[in-house]
Ligand binder design. Structure first.
Ligand code: 5AD
Ligand code: SF4
Length: 564
């Protein structure tokens, strides 16, 4: 009872204060007023005078969070992750924050006190899946009558729907947007007295740079590093700039530190993550370099940013951390691949030669409506330049069919682009209209669902057919495979080649450098001869254990897939 009363007093006080740490969209006068309010307002002592519980003093002072509220929330959390890799990494950040506050993690639903659902809002389909999951959780909460179970919605859907989630979905207790994860311990503490808690403020500079993510899957040989957040591109179909806010980059030094720590833990592959990684820019670092221009035929909707360390500099530093650690990155925008970036990718053996060039459409007219900032011709020119600068490069793309006003002829241009460019990986989507976007305001979602579906199927069919041809051409070549684990059913070894293609081979004793033999284990690099191909998997025979540097020394740089 005492606890509830104190918390109410406290929450009343912080409902203004907690939203104003100066990071958020708030004018400076408001921040000053709030700072003054904090100064004049009650101190932590005011809230704990009648408490018999000790106040922990070895932690940084968090004005809005009662220590006894925190101890009360030492509870088991079950994580549910939907959506992109960024969401996986955000979950690691959330887990790191909660773990520090004494929460525990569980993978058994029945043991959970708190369900945290990391959500995605990019397409309607993604949200539908999450609504189904919420139905299930609502039932679970109802059945767990004898104990209190809380449900928190995190991420993009939380940002999109905000308080509506609580109104519509009565079972939801916490709603936290992508920039509010530091606030989660407080939000969860507030729910202890049955009060729902929401923080969906977007930030101009939150990058969680100082939060070392704790990986949910600690055994994995690969890891993600978030290097930037948000997006300024405002493609007309996309909700991301509204759910994840403005683009901001994390300082170079903290990224390099994290890469070093991961390398020390034995991680063999890191993926640099962001909505648009190649527009990375650490403005806190000045460089002598002159800003490189975008490739011809590309433009942005925002004023071009100037100065600071750029993506090429970051790649240079991160790839130097450990020559045996592979570096990948995603997602990228075709407009931000200046010569410098292509050059460093081509020079460093440990930067994977797979470039994500999301075309979205093959029709210049559709690209214009999508506000992508390039034409089909400029895109094809970029593909040429990329192939010339990085011999043997692999390409991946995202494509949307059925965007507003897309005619059959325009769709044919997408198919013809997919015929022209040999994509190793493609993510293909039927268009899904999202509220708030420019397309929602400006265009009509006038391609009927059955046509979208039919076009989607045609894209998939073409993609699979082309992948099969590309993969068949690899038979007889030797690939460097990073071993990830073992298939549950067959016991076969699973790994990935440089182009992120899955490679499968039988577990057997494999030659080592000193002439001996040993079985392969996760984290090993193995030279594998490709003997079979499907559209999504390659089958191989392991030849010998190797290292990244050794493999590329033997096979000459630039000829990644040696023909035997
Ligand atoms: N409908 C369909 N696909 C979309 N994408 C983004 N927004 C939408 C939408 N409204 C796709 C784009 C983007 C990928 C992450 O998701 O292809 O690159
Ligand atoms: Fe969305 Fe375009 Fe930004 Fe990608 S670049 S996140 S598609 S707005």
């Amino acid at each position: 009872m005492m606890f509830i009363r104190r918390t109410k007093r406290l929450s009343k006080f912080i409902n203004t204060a907690s939203t104003s740490n100066g990071r958020y969209y708030s004018d400076s006068s408001r921040v000053t007023t709030i700072k003054e309010k904090i100064k004049q307002g009650p101190s932590l002592k005011d809230f704990i005078t009648d408490s018999s519980e000790p106040v922990l003093t070895d932690r940084p002072f968090i004005p809005y969070l009662l220590e006894n509220a925190k101890t009360k929330t030492k509870r088991k959390v079950f994580f549910d992750v939907y959506g992109c890799q960024m969401n996986l990494n955000d979950t690691d950040i959330v887990w790191s924050i909660l773990k520090k506050e004494g929460f525990e993690k569980t993978s058994v639903e029945e043991d959970a006190d708190i369900f945290l659902v990391m959500t995605c809002a990019i397409r309607e389909g993604a949200e539908t899946k999450i609504w189904h999951r919420l139905d299930h959780l609502r039932g679970f909460k109802r059945r767990a009558k004898d104990r209190s179970v809380k449900i928190g919605i995190l991420g993009c859907m939380a940002e999109r729907l905000k308080e509506k989630l609580i109104e519509k979905e009565k079972a939801v207790d916490v709603v936290a947007g992508p920039d509010s994860y530091r606030d989660l311990p407080r939000l969860l503490a507030l729910t202890e007295n049955g009060q729902p808690a929401v923080n969906v403020l977007l930030s101009l500079d939150e990058t969680y740079a100082d939060v070392v993510p704790v990986r949910l899957n600690e055994d994995s040989v690969s890891a993600f590093i978030s290097i930037m957040r948000g997006c300024d591109n405002m493609c007309t179909y996309c909700i991301v700039p509204f759910t994840r806010g403005r683009e901001r980059s994390r300082p170079v030094a903290s990224i390099v530190d994290e890469a070093r720590q991961l390398a020390d833990q034995g991680v063999r592959e890191v993926t640099l993550l962001g909505q648009n990684v190649n527009s990375y820019r650490d403005v806190s670092q000045s460089t002598e370099k002159i800003d490189t221009h975008m490739a011809k035929g590309f433009k942005t909707v925002y004023k071009t940013k100037k100065g600071g360390m750029r993506f090429a500099d970051l790649l240079d530093k991160v790839s130097a951390v450990d020559p045996e650690m592979r570096i990948r990155f995603t997602a990228a925008h075709p407009k931000d691949f200046p010569e410098e970036v292509l050059q460093i990718i081509s020079e460093r053996p440990n930067i994977c030669k797979l470039l994500h060039l999301p075309a979205q459409s093959g029709s210049s007219a559709v690209l214009e409506r999508m506000r992508r900032g390039y034409t089909r011709e400029a895109y094809l020119q970029l593909v040429e330049d990329v192939k010339r600068t990085i011999p043997g490069v692999g390409l991946s793309t995202d494509m949307i069919c059925g965007f507003c006003g897309e005619t059959e002829e325009e769709f044919q241009e997408t198919l013809s682009l997919m015929e022209l460019v040999d994509y190793n990986i493609a993510f293909l989507f039927p268009y899904s209209m999202r509220e708030k976007t420019t397309a929602y305001r400006r265009y009509k979602d006038d391609v009927p669902d059955h046509i979208k579906k039919e076009r989607h199927n045609r894209m998939l069919e073409l993609y699979r057919r082309k992948c099969q041809i590309l993969n068949d051409a690899e038979i007889g070549n030797t690939h460097l495979v990073l071993v990830e684990g073992t298939a549950k059913k067959s016991g076969n070894i699973l790994g990935r080649n440089e182009l992120y293609m899955r490679v499968v081979f039988e577990q057997t004793e494999v030659l080592t450098e000193d002439g001996g033999k040993r079985q392969v284990k996760p984290g090993d690099y193995v030279a594998v001869k490709i003997v079979g191909a499907r559209s999504a998997t390659l089958k191989g025979v392991p030849l010998y254990h190797t290292s990244l540097s050794e493999f590329y020394r033997d096979y000459q740089w630039g000829v990644r897939r040696a023909v035997n």
